[in-house]
Design a protein around this ligand. Structure first.
Ligand code: HMG
Length: 388
């Protein structure tokens, strides 16, 4: 029996800022963003959107035609938690009308925790193959205004259904790990924006890639040459190029630059337009690969490198299943991206500066999101979600 990804869908805000607008305000060449970091646009959340509404909106297509009683567990991965105590996934469980016998928990380790959730989900399904596990990864990447990280903001969520005999990607059982206590990127509880040592974070990312890969190779004896495509964690798409160069160097690979590029390029399309969505980011990359490869991927081996600052990293592989194309949500994703509204820099600032109130009063938030689920307001420190 194989275990893996039976369905996958992503969601992002209906607002974006073109990085050209940011470049104009900062009086720098827009090519620094378009080429230098490989980002074109970044998703910006509406006032009535948060990680819960994004995750619930991402899950809708994945749950179509699925008997909710078969979902044993909902794992919610995020580093944009809305409560120190209650798991964001419990709100999503309610919004989606999942059965009370479905257990829910939230996981955190920066951008890595969605991968921990997927590995746990695979183990749960291996124990109870008639059940499915819903993994949700949802995040809002926020850095200080005028900081070097500002251009690498973004937002989004993915919903991934893990099952036995999956229709999309079989996840292979072994993985390589790397953990090191470092301060490359972090966000203390009292801050709404991340702190980052940018250049150092890219170095640690590449070090973790090397170590996780070496561990994976030690266990499986896999050769880099046997991987057809790679999905790297994507804080910005140019990072995948750096990661691929690192892998080619470590493995003394003599493929030319074009061939190395072709192994990652199809996974970058959506992230270029959405920005960093932390936990969701690598899996948005997987959706992009499956939907934009321009060739039948059945039987292809994908290498995944998941990285979460702080840091924990994992390298694992998956094999694309025959007939996977029938179960993709390509049109829905492309429509979602095409229908977004571009923000002016002033409108971006307005949304950036919007803070959910903390005084326990009664508030109604403006109706801005076009998603089915929205955060309608707050009262007595409780978030009030509703459907459009
Ligand atoms: P920076 O100082 O803004 O940029 O920081 P730079 O000066 O290094 O320039 C970036 C690239 O653009 C350079 O290329 C320039 O040459 C090029 P490179 O040297 O890298 O090859 N460039 C141009 N290219 C074309 N035309 C031009 C031009 N000008 C310059 N005119 C940095 C960049 C990524 C550090 C910054 O954006 C940052 O701090 N971002 C946030 C941190 C981050 O994303 N780190 C990634 C690794 S850590 C990670 O992935 C985890 C994370 O997702 C969080 C989590 O786990 O939860 C972040």
């Amino acid at each position: 029996m194989s275990v893996g990804i039976d369905d996958i869908s992503f969601y992002t805000s209906n607002y974006f800022l073109d990085l050209k607008s940011l470049a104009d305000v900062h009086r720098i060449d827009k090519e620094k963003f378009y080429q230098g970091i490989g980002q074109e646009k970044m998703g910006i959340v509406a006032a009535d959107e948060d990680v819960v509404t994004m995750a619930a909106n991402a899950a809708l297509p994945v749950l179509e035609g699925v008997d909710p009683e078969t979902i044993s567990t909902l794992l919610f991965a995020t580093e944009t938690g809305i409560d120190q105590s209650k798991a964001g996934g419990v709100f999503v469980h309610g919004l989606l009308g999942l059965p009370s016998r479905c257990r829910v928990v939230e996981l955190k380790q920066a951008c890595y925790s969605a991968t921990a959730a997927i590995q746990m989900a695979c183990a749960l399904v291996a124990r109870e193959p008639e059940k499915k596990v819903l993994v949700l990864a949802s995040d809002i990447a926020r850095y200080d205004l005028n900081s070097s990280g500002e251009a690498t903001q973004g937002c989004g969520a993915v919903a991934i259904l893990i099952s036995a005999n999956p229709r999309l990607v079989e996840i292979q059982p072994h993985s390589g790990h790397y953990t090191e206590d470092v301060m490359d990127f972090w966000r203390p509880n009292y801050r709404s924006t991340a702190l980052v040592d940018g250049k150092y974070s890219t170095k640690i990312y590449l070090k973790a890639l090397k170590q996780a890969w070496l561990h994976y190779q030690e266990i499986t004896s896999t050769e880099f040459e046997s991987l057809d495509y790679l999905c790297y964690h994507l804080p910005f798409t140019r990072m995948a190029e750096k990661a691929q160069t690192q892998m080619a160097r470590i493995n003394k690979c003599d493929r030319d630059a074009e061939a190395l590029k072709a192994q990652v390029e199809p996974s970058l399309h959506y992230n270029r337009l959405i920005g960093n969505s932390y936990t969701a980011s690598m899996y948005v990359g997987l959706v992009s690969l499956l939907e934009n490869a321009g060739t039948d991927l059945a039987g292809k081996q994908i290498g995944f490198f998941s990285y979460g600052s702080g840091c924990v990293a994992e390298f694992f592989t998956g094999r694309v299943v025959e007939g996977y194309q029938r179960y993709l949500h390509r049109e829905r994703h492309q429509h979602l991206l095409a229908e977004r509204t571009e923000l002016s820099y002033a409108q971006y600032l307005e949304l950036y500066n919007f803070q959910h109130p903390t005084d326990g009063g009664e508030y109604t938030f403006p109706e801005q999101t076009t998603g089915r689920f929205r955060l309608g307001g707050m009262n007595q420190h409780k978030r009030l979600y509703c459907q459009r």
